[in-house]
Design a binder for this molecule. Structure first.
Ligand SMILES: CC(C)C[C@H](N)C(=O)NCC(=O)O
Length: 494
């Protein structure tokens, strides 16, 4: 408190008036700066910071520099943390993008909140079926379309703008705020867990709470998220002839790698979504009656969801089972096959080497190391039965554990009050089917309380064509973060 008093006196002597907290002034500030916020998002979206494409690594590093510059401009204590290198499939060693950290305030009488976010994106090309240029933010009917708009550039900007609003109005930040912004989230947060471990007694020493806004609501109702699934991402490669062959000339003479690959992929999952790999489902935590009751109450309209994603029928015909399979059961998705013919036209090739990419979402109490062995043994077993002369290689590329927390604590209460203040409704408590790789690391390595405070809409189309965030969610989300910081400052020390 003494420190706060001294600061106020010094600022008064310098003729700077410290304004008392006024939520209305802060929200007016956000409303008046809407266009600037949209322009900032436009600048960020224009950078193709795709972490999965090594040819875009310079752009990704430029993106990290833009974040650094913005935070420096706000007079934060900013660092660009080097997180080492990664070795690519072809053996090349390349630098990982720097992680940006920034510190606003070090008042030991205040709580310290660490905001985690990422500014890398999934790939996007106009030809994928986008109606607008994915890297040129385009507003249509109140929605801001662009790759990374919702995942996770607008939420990161909203956090920055929340802090900026306090300082621009000479209003004291109610808590110390630290930022940790990375550029590899979409590909498993490579290098970040090592950084978190090494910073446990440095950057994290005074952090009380970690907040993540890298997810979305389940409906139009604001939500607080208390669980994410993990992910095990696999490559399965079948290699046959020394080069591609002609299916007319050579077809019939060779056992085709693609047929082998499709054959083994077909052994992963049944038509009704049941995982067929022995042992994988055994570790899954029991689905309790208590949990079912929670899911029954979730404000989620299956029909709205079904039509928003454009399918005829969903895998389950009741809300509880559907939510359970989106949030708390493992699922297998087959993403693509490298080396396979996938262009326009009717090329009649026999591909010589094909690599399938698939992933298995992880839930409590699965263990990626165990899943890796189960999948590898299973695929080799099925492949062996085919008696193929081709070669199979199976490799787990990403192995991330799920995250789950208890919401009965002061942090979630602060989140609830913040939502109520801005949206005049109680938030929904939801889980998330996607993966935030570092969430579990934060939990295990720092032991800090974590909250997920999403501002994305349920229909934002993350990773898909026409990803967007609504102007409403972006602006009200900024107000939510302002309110949250204020509410956290009221948490009593134990
Ligand atoms: C909805 C997810 C938690 C958002 C996240 N940024 C993400 O896409 N993570 C990677 C994933 O594949 O889930």
């Amino acid at each position: 408190m003494k420190c706060v008093f001294v600061c106020v006196v010094v600022l008064a002597m310098l003729g700077v008036r410290v304004q008392a907290f006024s939520f209305n002034d802060l929200t007016d500030y956000v409303d008046k700066h809407q266009e600037e916020y949209v322009e900032a998002l436009r600048d960020w979206v224009s950078i193709e910071s795709d972490s999965s494409d090594i040819t875009k690594r310079a752009e990704l590093q430029r993106m990290m520099g833009v974040v650094e510059e913005k935070l420096r401009g706000m007079k934060g204590n900013v660092s660009m943390m080097d997180i080492g290198t990664e070795t690519l499939e072809d053996g090349r060693v390349v630098a990982l993008p720097s992680v940006v950290t920034a510190v606003f305030g070090d008042d030991e009488n205040k709580h310290t909140v660490c905001v985690y976010g990422h500014v890398d994106v999934q790939p996007a090309r106009r030809e994928d079926g986008w109606t607008t240029d994915p890297y040129n933010l385009t507003e249509i009917n109140g929605n801001l379309y662009g790759r990374g708009a919702s995942d996770n550039k607008a939420p990161v900007l909203a956090w920055i703008h929340a802090v900026e609003a306090y300082t621009a109005l000479n209003m004291e930040l109610p808590v110390n705020v630290k930022f940790l912004i990375e550029g590899m989230e979409e590909t498993g947060s490579n290098g970040l867990d090592v950084l978190v471990e090494s910073q446990r007694d440095a950057f994290f020493f005074d952090v009380d709470y970690i907040v993540i806004s890298d997810c979305g609501w389940q409906s139009t109702r604001p939500a607080l998220t208390y669980g994410t699934r993990g992910n095990c991402y696999f490559y399965a490669q079948v290699e046959g002839p020394k080069q591609d062959l002609h299916s007319g000339v050579d077809g019939g003479a060779v056992i085709e790698p693609m047929s082998d690959l499709i054959g083994i992929l077909n052994s992963l999952i049944s038509a009704s979504g049941q995982i067929l790999i022995p042992g994988v489902a055994d570790a899954v935590a029991d689905f309790t009656e208590e949990e079912k009751k929670i899911y029954e109450k979730v404000d989620f309209d299956m029909e709205t969801y079904r039509s928003s994603i454009g399918v005829e029928r969903l895998m389950y015909d009741n809300k509880v089972d559907l939510l359970a399979h989106m949030w708390r059961f493992p699922t297998i998705s087959i993403h693509g096959i490298e080396g396979a013919f996938c262009g326009f036209g009717t090329k009649t090739v026999i591909p010589a080497k094909v690599t399938a990419k698939f992933s298995i979402r992880q839930v409590p109490n699965m263990n990626p190391a165990v899943v890796e062995k189960q999948v590898t043994d299973h695929l080799h077993g099925v492949f062996q039965q085919r008696k193929s002369p081709n070669k199979l290689k199976v490799k787990m590329i990403i192995g991330v554990k799920p995250w789950l927390t208890d919401t009965k604590n002061a942090l979630y209460e602060a989140g609830k009050r913040a939502v109520k203040k801005v949206f005049s409704v109680e938030p929904e408590l939801i889980r998330e089917g996607g993966t935030i790789p570092i969430a579990r690391t934060f939990q295990d390595m720092t032991g800090k309380d974590i909250i997920m405070l999403p501002i994305g809409g349920f229909d934002d189309g993350l990773h898909s064509q026409n990803e967007k965030i609504s102007r409403y969610n972006y602006m009200e989300g900024t107000k939510l973060f302002i309110s949250f910081l204020h509410e956290v400052s009221h948490i009593k020390n134990n």
